[in-house]
Each structure stands twice: as C-alpha cells, then as structure tokens.
Design a protein around this ligand. Sequence first.
Ligand code: SF4
Ligand code: SF4
Length: 269
Amino acid sequence: MNITITSNGMNISQDVLDAIVRFDNVVPVFSLQSMSELNQKLMGGDYHRTIETIEYLIEKEKKVRINSVYTNQSLEDFYGIIDYCIQHKVDRYSIGLYMDTNKSNKNVKKHSFNEARKLDEQLKQYVSSRHSESDFMVSLEGCMLYTGYPEYEHDIRSITQYEKIYYGCRAGRTKLEIYANGDVFPCICFENSIHPVSNITRNSLEEIWKNDEYMKILREGLPMNIECKKCGYSIICNGGCPAVRQQIHHSFKCEEKDPRCVLHSEAVK
Ligand code: SF4
Ligand code: SF4
C-alpha cells in the first residue's frame, strides 16, 4: 500500500517530516502553482516555504513530487517549475486540471480537456528541447483527460483490465480520501456534495473500504445515457465523473453525461 500525503509544505511539523523520511511507502506530494507571487494568490502562501520543505526532504534523500493544478498560470510558470524539478532532482512533476466541485476559489480559470492536451504537448516539447539530456517526465494527470484524444476512442477497447482501472474513475475502487477530522470520502471531489458516512476514528480502514455505502455503489458501475453507451471510452468512463454529476444533478446515479466532455456532444442534449 502506498500512502500519498499532499500538502502545500508550509506548516509541516518536524515530527511529521521525520515520519515522512522514515517510511518508504509514504510519498510526499507538494502543491506548487508557480515560483512567483502567483503562488500566493492561488494558494495563499509564499512558494519559498514550500521550496524549503522540498529541499529539506531531498537533502534527506527522500523522493518528492510536485503537483500543480492548471488554472491561471502562464507557460513560463510551468517552465520555471520544470527547470526547478530537473535542477533539484524532484522525482515527478504532475499537473492536474482544476475541477470546480470544491468551489474553493471562484477566481481561477478553468480549462477544457482540449486545452489540457495542448498544454501537455507544449510542456513535453519544452522538456525535449530545453532539457534534451534529461529523462525527466512531466505529465498531465487526472480523470477523463482521454476525452481530449478522440483519435484513440476505438483503440481503447483493447486495453487491459489494469488499464481500465488505472484510467477510469478510481473513487472507491482503488482510492479513498481521509480528511484531517477522520471523515472519509470516495474522492476529494465529493467533499461538498455528499455527507460522509464513514470516519476513520469510528471504523477501521478495512471496514470502511468494504462497507462505505457510497463506495459500494460506485463499484457497481453507474447508469449511462444512450449516447455514452455508444462511445468507445464508455468502458472506462461510465458517462463521466460521478462527483460532477452529484454536484449538478444531486445524484451520481443519474444518467446525465458529464457536461465537460466534448465527445459526441452534437448528439447529446
Ligand atoms: S469522482 Fe471524478 S474526480 Fe474523483 S476519481 Fe472519479 S472521475 Fe476522478
Ligand atoms: S462522458 Fe460519455 S461521451 Fe464522454 S467520454 Fe465518457 S462515455 Fe464517452
């Protein structure tokens, strides 16, 4: 089992830092949006404090990762983080798409899956031209990115069972989220749309994993509308993100298509 601890790295106590260093299966991931004042605007904190924590752990020979969420950054912001990662031997840099299910910041830009694809191509191009000697990988990560790649829709049928799990919705299938107060959600994106029924201070992780009613429903597979059923990606997509459905339609068991998907949209109301 791997445990990922995601943090802005600004207020981690020495005890916690020591534990992160000690346990090999704990992977620290630091949220960093820019190495400029933009980070303060987006995260509410000075990026230098995040960097201090990252460099402390690297000095202790701990592998660290950095994650950004694609919102208001320019290409130069991403290039700056890539340069830093390569220079300081950060293990991995990933970029996720902003999802407004958490409604945490109304002033951030949202990007479509097509824009995400374009960014991914630009960043890979930057690494290969500017850092051709490096094998560093920058990757765009997140659910449903495949909808920005319509040319692969029909190839998807030949993927393995593992790839289906990997690319599909992981909520309650391969992951859950535990909050600081013990509340457990199938995915962080449900945090404002469902009331958690499980809490790690009341039940064991195993009990929650087996019995949480939301996770059980998600594992059974969700209904899809007729257009999604015809889509090649439906074998991993199931009509889109259930947290988005929950937010918009107040039920993740409805058949409505995820409105962010641009595939087949001409046929779907
Ligand atoms: S609920 Fe949505 S964001 Fe969360 S893992 Fe599933 S598809 Fe992804
Ligand atoms: S939401 Fe529907 S149309 Fe879009 S990728 Fe998923 S299954 Fe296909």
